[in-house]
Design a protein around this ligand. Sequence first.
Ligand SMILES: [Zn+2]
Length: 574
Amino acid sequence: MLNTVEVNGFLVENFNQYNLQVGKAEGVCPLCSHQRKAENKNKKCASYDWERGLGTCHNCNKTFQLHTYQRKGGTDKEYVRPSYSPETHKTVESKALEWFKSRGISKKTVQDLHISEGMEYMPQLSAETNTIKFNYMIGDQLINIKYRDGRKNFKLVKGAEKVFYNIDSIIGYNWCVIVEGEMDVCAIHETGIPNVISVPNGATLNHNNLDYLDNCIDYFADKQKIIIAVDNDAAGIALKQELIRRLGPEVCYTVDFGEYKDANDVLLNDAKTLIKIIETAQPVPLENVTTFKDIEDDLQDFVKNGFKPGFQIGLNNFDNIFSTYTSQFITVTGIPSSGKSDFVDQMVIGYNIGHNWKIGFASPENAPTYLHAHKIMRKIWGGMPSHEDIDNDKWKEVSNHINDNYFFIDLEVPSLEAVLRKGAELVKRKGIKCLVIDPFNKIRDANATSADVNTYTLEYLTKIEQFAKRYDVLVIIVAHPTKMYKDSSGKIEEPTMYNIKGGGEWYDASYHGLLVHRDYENKTTKVKVLKVKFQNLGENGAECFFTWEPKSGSYIPHINEDVDLNNPLPWENG
Ligand SMILES: [Zn+2]
């Protein structure tokens, strides 16, 4: 029995949209049969795959979807929905069609992709003007509209959800193409490749946050090959890298447009060249094997600009002595009640605010989760929200921000393997850039090959390092010292990384080490750099001090005479 309700894991909207002979393995082609000579009109030139909901024509060499589908996944957020009417959404007429034609795009493609035209206010002109309307549909829902006027001004609907353009087109196919704009979708569709989508807002150098991927991630679950065909400029490369990080290098392929700027530019030369470029897409470079060409961009950047400054948290005294890259991990230690988990919260809030990083927590010691969330909320709030604040505007703003940026991994038995698997999922689905493991001893490596503490620790940290590198994430591990030592006066001595169970492995394997230590006499908290792997990122042995503000639970830099703030940062030398 054929499933007419669900195909490819999607609910069917319109089963058998072309009225073909249901269940038959071959038949006419809905794309070309009606145009063929009378004696060929009934030829069975297409084969139908009812399991996948796809058809393939051996006459016109095109593929097509047998059904249309309802939206899958998505979001519980409220978005503006653009309205649709025949007055605002006119069929594209001759003048605009001429323009499409000048870009190599036929009337058929304009119709296939449900493009319309109509008057629209464009802020760049401060006036209404005729625009092309690229309708962002999912199923039969209009989600967003990209307007484009004759002067190449663009706008999306304010407050509407961002999703991929033409996302329905990839259902059923085990491969798809991602491009940087709607005209590139048109260009590739024109060549007969229908399963092509575009990011909604082009590429930018910074903040490729890809929220639209969160909302559409289910559409990629069955893809074995994702061809990323974005522009070959700095912004396009940044977008490509983030797409590869999120979708996974094992399924991603990239293209070389050579002398051309983008897909539409190639089409203006000829369609065959464009098809060939898509067909010869190359898998992203092998992991663990680096060729000079792979790193030439990084190397050129280094020659031009020297060492890149690391990422900082926005607190001057700490930023002066420590920074980090992603693909690395930081070990944070300190005796119980020193405030190390709290300082880690402060750090990740700094990364979130300063660099838009999303954060994953695996913090069994911070349970229950709502109390941990309360701590985060207070720091972002800058105070202690009272019960009168509940559901006011600030409450909504802060809680929405936490909901979109902080994710709490909540496993019954939090093994290392399970935590890293969830972490990988959070990279894919939410784009996290930082994962906190707090504490090390509560998240056991159940697959360890040895009970020997040194071997166990080394294996553990190796798995963390592999995860950090593979997903280009910063990992922060909180680890308690084993024993506390008191000096002759009875004062607790500061632990070092050698006081963590597993001893020297921690110092050797960690990229960076931080100590959080409370000075009860001076009522300050000291943060000390126990290790920093690269000299340009910070200063070994350097210290900074904080006071703790109890309402917000925030660390406030405490200026101490011992610290010379006039020292230049290591990367400012020379
Ligand atoms: Zn055909």
